[in-house]
Structures are given as C-alpha cells and as structure tokens.
Design a protein around this ligand. Structure first.
Ligand code: GN1
Ligand code: MG
Length: 368
C-alpha cells in the first residue's frame, strides 16, 4: 500500500515527504486510504481515493461537481464569518497539473482531500441528540445548495433515486439470473415486489411527483457526516459524488433508513432491528430546523414516506446486486448483499408498524 500511495502522492500538490499509508475502510464504492506526510516536522494526513469508474464513469465531470460544491460551501461559510472553513467542508487537493484528480500508470483515477483531523464518523446511531445534529446538518446542506450558481450540476449517475428504474433493473436481474441465485431468494423478491406497490401508492398519495426539484445530497447515510470527535457537533458533510437534482425525500429517507435503528446495515439478527420513534422525531425536527425556510408545507408532509421509499430502494439495489453476483456494492463476506437486503426489508416492516407515530412527529414539526 505504501508504494502506490507514495507514487500517487507525488502526483498531487502536496508539500512534504510521504511517511506511510493507512487504509480507511469507508463506503461501498471507492477504495479509500489515508496518506501521512511530513511537512516541516509535522505529520499531515490526506485522504486518497481510487475512484470506482464502473459506477462513476466520468471522473472529470464528477470532480467538476465536487469542486464547485466545495467552493460554494466555502463561500457560504465565509458569508457567515466562519474562520476555520477548511475544517468544515471537503477540501479538494489538486494534482500537480491543476486538475482535481489524476490518472495512475494503470489507468486508475485518484483524488485527494484534506483529512479532517479531530473528527469521527459512525455507521450506527448513538441517540436522539446525534440524530438531531446529523439531520440538521444535512437539512442545512440542502439550504446551502439552494443558491449554487449555474450551470446545473452534472448528473453523475442517471436515474439514481428512480424507484421505477430500480424495480426494472431488479426484474431484469431476476430474468437474467446470471449467477443462479434467483431460486433461493424468491421470498425476498416477493416481499420487495409487494412493498413496491405499497410504497409507490404512498408516494403518489403525498404527491411526491410534484415536489420541487432541488440540489440535494442524495446519500445522507449517517457515515457521510463527520462529527467533531470531542464535542459531537457536525463538522463536515462528505461524499459529494451524488449531490445533484432530487427531492428532499431522497435525503430525509436515507436519514430515516440509517438513523432510526442502532444496528448495522447488514445486521443478520433481524429480531434485533427496531424502529425508534424518538430517533425519528429527532431526525424530523433536525432536518426541518436545518433546512429552515427552504421547505414548503407539502415537502414537510411528504417526509413521512421518505424512509419507506429509500429503504425499499436500497433493499431492491442490494437484492439486484446479489442476483448479479455482487458487482456494485463492495462485500466483505459471501451473501452480504442479501443480508443487507433482508435487513432493509425488515426495516420497512418496522417503519410500516410505526407509521402513526411517525405521522404524529411530522405533524408536530409541520406545526412548527
Ligand atoms: C453507497 O458510497 P456509499 O457507501 O456512501 C451508495 C448509496 C447507498 C449506500 C448503501 C454511489 O453509498 O447510494 O445508499 O451505499 N452510493 C452509490 O449503504 O451508489
Ligand atoms: Mg459514502
């Protein structure tokens, strides 16, 4: 690891001497590392990512979005008089040729960010306070993006949160059955299809199709926010790869999927999964507080179906990937995508069971 990180390090505009590499096992898509440099006797760390170009096929367009978003956040922070701006947004390190990424000798694309010292991320929720802080940060992010100067951001993944498209992809994977797994997962397929009917009906009932298109994060899972390691306050929204047009449901839905149950995404003990209404309440209050004046009343009411919609979408995507032989989401063990799918399907059931409590929480925030 040290060898390739040292050689990649040379391609970026980083002063100092490479000391060592560390792995940073984060995310299901890219390969992420940390490179430690000596800069005048002080250790300085940088995040290095080898981009997954099967998922993000155009690194130049992708990085153009990321740079624009980062610079816009920098301006917003400056307007508010924030001084430690580079600790509060993703800071892109340019390659020596000035581009925000580089291509190595094997044709792989790499990018580099400043490492946010003194932060931590987590993939399971600690409690209502953390849920509130996290949701408020993502709500605020949507607010900050609302005046991003034109042109529109590039679409980095077409049909990203298009449930109908995801359903069609699942059906195609079932028909192709390329690795012969379909017969063993008929129960999950049936459940996903049944949930699809319920969720699309619920989306139609709240007029989800008519909600305003905004620039949203599109991947608000818990671990895409860095918290201050000491104070627990929100420091930096990360993973800007899918920031593009969408509705606030895409963001609030991911928060509900990952933030209402203190279990991991691939929990195999389905009996251990919960839907915690106190956490949901904190998420709703936090998101609406963070987004401030951005949200219209129909958007706030529609938040009720965000969780089921995004939870189903992820269930379908994990199941599709399991059927296609685990070609999209990185797995660490055999069957992990199926476990992820099952856990999402169970979460969906729990969300449905607690729908009245969730509705009451949304009504409370809507009243203000
Ligand atoms: C992926 O990159 P990461 O791990 O934060 C995925 C999300 C899924 C999520 C499920 C580009 O997010 O859409 O919801 O896994 N990102 C992409 O954990 O597909
Ligand atoms: Mg991520």
């Amino acid at each position: 690891m040290d060898d390739f990180l040292r050689s990649i390090g040379r391609r970026f505009d980083i002063p100092g001497r490479f000391l060592r590499g560390e792995s940073l096992g984060r995310g299901h898509i890219h390969d992420t590392f940390v490179a430690v440099f000596d800069e005048n006797g002080a250790e300085r760390r940088y995040v290095k990512q080898r981009l997954n170009t099967r998922v993000f096929t155009d690194p130049a367009r992708l990085m153009d979005n990321v740079v624009r978003i980062s610079e816009h956040l920098g301006r917003k922070l400056a307007e508010r008089g924030v001084r430690d701006r580079d600790r509060r947004r993703l800071v892109v390190i340019r390659a020596r040729d000035g581009r925000p990424f580089c291509v190595d000798d094997n044709g792989a694309s790499w990018r580099s960010f400043r490492y946010q010292e003194g932060t931590r991320s987590r993939d399971t929720i600690d409690g209502p306070e953390q849920a509130y802080v996290t949701a408020r940060a993502f709500g605020a992010f949507a607010g900050q993006m609302s005046d991003l100067p034109p042109p529109p951001l590039a679409v980095t993944i077409p049909h990203f949160h298009d449930l109908e498209h995801r359903r069609a992809r699942l059906d195609a994977a079932i028909r192709a059955d390329s690795v012969g797994r379909a017969a063993a997962v008929t129960a999950e397929i049936e459940q996903a299809r049944g949930e699809y009917e319920c969720v699309t009906a619920a989306l139609a009932a709240v007029g989800a199709g008519e909600l305003p298109r905004r620039i949203v994060h599109n991947d608000c899972k818990l671990d895409n926010l860095l918290l201050d390691a000491e104070t627990g306050e929100a420091r930096c929204v990360i993973d800007l790869d899918t920031v593009m047009g969408g509705t606030v449901l895409c963001d609030f839905g991911e928060l509900v999927r990952t933030g209402t149950c203190a279990a991991s995404e691939d929990e195999r003990d389905l009996g251990a999964l919960r839907f915690d209404t106190e956490l949901f309440d904190a998420l709703a209050r936090g998101y609406v507080a963070g987004a401030g004046a951005l949200l219209s009343e129909p958007e706030i009411h529609a938040l009720l179906v965000a969780g089921p919609s995004l939870t189903l979408e992820n269930a379908i995507r994990f199941l599709t990937d399991h059927l296609e032989g685990d070609v999209y989401f990185r797995i660490h063990r055999e069957g992990q995508n199926l476990d992820r799918c099952r856990a999402q399907l169970r979460r969906l059931e729990l969300q449905a069971e607690h729908r009245d409590a969730a509705r009451a929480a949304i009504e409370r925030v809507a009243r203000g």
